[in-house]
Every structure is written in structure tokens, then in C-alpha cells.
Design a protein around this ligand. Structure first.
Ligand code: ADP
Ligand code: MG
Length: 240
């Protein structure tokens, strides 16, 4: 579903991604962990070309993301992204936040888009908030709206960039539960998170990044009980 081959990325003189090789199979959940500034967000943002890569190859759902001739909008429709700060439209009701893209980008009728939106709102447990504005919702509820919005495009891949980092602690669980359910249903997911419990339970693989490189990649059991790399050990000592 996603394959990085020898991907390099620079921000000017700064070499932010170095020799990245990574494959994500359909239905796999890959959790990316690592210190702040290690390039996790950049890695994620390259997948839907919110950032372009400097060299190497990046193939997503069969499309060459590194090739400027690729119709990136077509690829993006198949990729949902959830950010730390929800990024909902504040002046639109919850349901409008969800129906906007399907109506505009997929040409779905308003009525059908609203029906689909309600299904996903039920799925994330907040159908009763459909006609509220984002500001009337808690952080956890807003993030669940953001997930429903991503799902309403019927994506093949969902990307999550620290989806719970901006939430009050008591709301983290409700968002992780939604993500857990999604993983169980077989969604292909790449998740950047500091929630090590989630990584341990849900990830098929954990990828540890440091200073722009993938330093270690293993199944959660191995990563959490016997990390091979010194940097991974130090990181785990700090976060666990
Ligand atoms: P992480 O998500 O792991 O914290 P990021 O991918 O956000 O790391 O950033 C990796 C490094 O790249 C950081 O040192 C950051 O300052 C730098 N960086 C991120 N975005 C830009 C940018 N647009 N221009 C220049 N440097 C950037
Ligand atoms: Mg980040």
C-alpha cells in the first residue's frame, strides 16, 4: 500500500529524512515513534505530498508520489489524515465539516453525503453532535469528528499525526478506542503517537525514528521488551 525506497528529504540544508525504506501492507497498522524533531511528521506528510521528497521513490496505492506527473488530488482522496489540532472548519456545523469534501471532491449528492456522515458520526459515537459547531464540542469529540471526516471519503489509508497529543488526558482513551476499532476492521494505518500502550496493543509494527532515520523497526513485543538500538532503549526509558 505504501512503499518508501531510499527516500531523502531536505529542508534547505537540513537533511530531515535520510535513506528511508519502509513498506506498509494493506490492512497493516504501523506506529511511528521517536523523539521530537526526528522527522515523524515529515515522513507522514510525504505520503500525501504535503511535503515533496528530494530523491528516492515513494509509491502509494500504486501511484508514484515522487513523480510530478502523478495526479496527487486523486491519490489524496484515498488518504485520510488526522492532525494533532483537529483542523475542523470552525464556522461549519459538524455534519457540514464531514460532507464538504465528499460533495466537492467526489461529487456525492448532499443527501447521500449527509447519510454517510451520520453513519460515521454514529461509528465514532457522536451522532447527537451533528448539528453543533466544533467550538461546542470537547477536544476528544472534535478529534472524533476529524476521524469521521477522514472516513467519509472512504479512504484506503488513514494517517494520524499525534492525534491525542493536544487532548486532556481524560479524552485520550475515547479517541484511541475509535482508532483501535478502525484497526480491527482492517484499515491500513500509519500512526505517529507517544501513546506506547496503543503502540503495544494495536501496532503490527513499530518504527523508531531518530535524527531523520529509521533506526529500528520491529513487532511491538520485541521493540518494547528488547529494543536492539541504544537510542531506542534511551527513548523508551524516557517515555515509559
Ligand atoms: P517530528 O514530527 O518527529 O517532531 P518533524 O518532521 O516535524 O519532526 O521535523 C523534523 C525536523 O525538520 C525538525 O528539526 C524541524 O524543525 C524541521 N522542519 C520541519 N518542518 C520544516 C520546514 N518546513 N522547514 C524547515 N525545517 C523544518
Ligand atoms: Mg511531529
Amino acid at each position: 500500500m505504501i512503499e518508501f525506497r531510499q527516500v531523502e528529504k531536505h529542508y534547505g540544508d537540513f537533511h530531515v529524512l535520510q535513506g528511508i525504506n519502509l513498506r506498509v501492507e494493506q490492512g497493516e497498522v504501523v506506529v511511528v515513534v521517536g523523539p521530537s524533531g526526528s522527522g515523524k511528521s515529515t515522513l507522514l506528510r510525504c505520503i500525501n505530498r504535503l511535503e515533496s521528497i528530494t530523491s528516492g521513490e515513494l509509491v502509494v496505492g500504486g501511484a508514484k508520489i515522487h513523480d510530478s506527473r502523478t495526479d496527487i488530488n486523486k491519490v489524496r482522496r484515498k488518504i485520510g489524515m488526522v492532525f494533532q489540532h483537529f483542523n475542523l472548519y470552525p464556522h461549519k456545523k459538524v455534519i457540514e465539516n464531514i460532507t464538504l469534501a465528499p460533495i466537492k471532491a467526489l461529487g456525492v449528492s448532499k443527501r447521500e453525503a449527509e447519510e454517510t456522515a451520520m453513519l460515521y458520526l454514529e461509528k465514532v459515537g457522536i451522532a447527537d453532535k451533528a448539528h453543533s459547531y466544533p467550538s461546542q464540542l470537547s477536544g476528544g469529540q472534535q478529534q472524533r469528528v476529524a476521524i469521521a471526516r477522514g472516513l467519509a471519503m472512504k479512504p484506503d489509508i488513514m494517517l494520524f499525526d499525534e492525534p491525542t497529543s493536544a487532548l486532556d488526558p481524560e479524552m485520550v482513551g475515547e479517541v484511541l478506542d475509535v482508532m483501535r476499532a478502525l484497526a480491527r476492521e482492517g484499515m491500513t494505518m500509519v500512526v505517529v503517537t507517544h501513546e506506547m500502550g496503543f503502540a503495544r496493543d494495536v501496532a503490527d509494527r513499530v518504527v523508531f525514528m531518530d535524527k531523520g532515520r529509521i533506526v529500528e523497526e520491529s513487532v511491538p513485543e520485541a521493540f518494547f521488551t528488547e529494543p536492539r538500538e541504544e537510542r531506542a532503549k534511551l527513548f523508551l526509558q524516557r517515555v515509559l
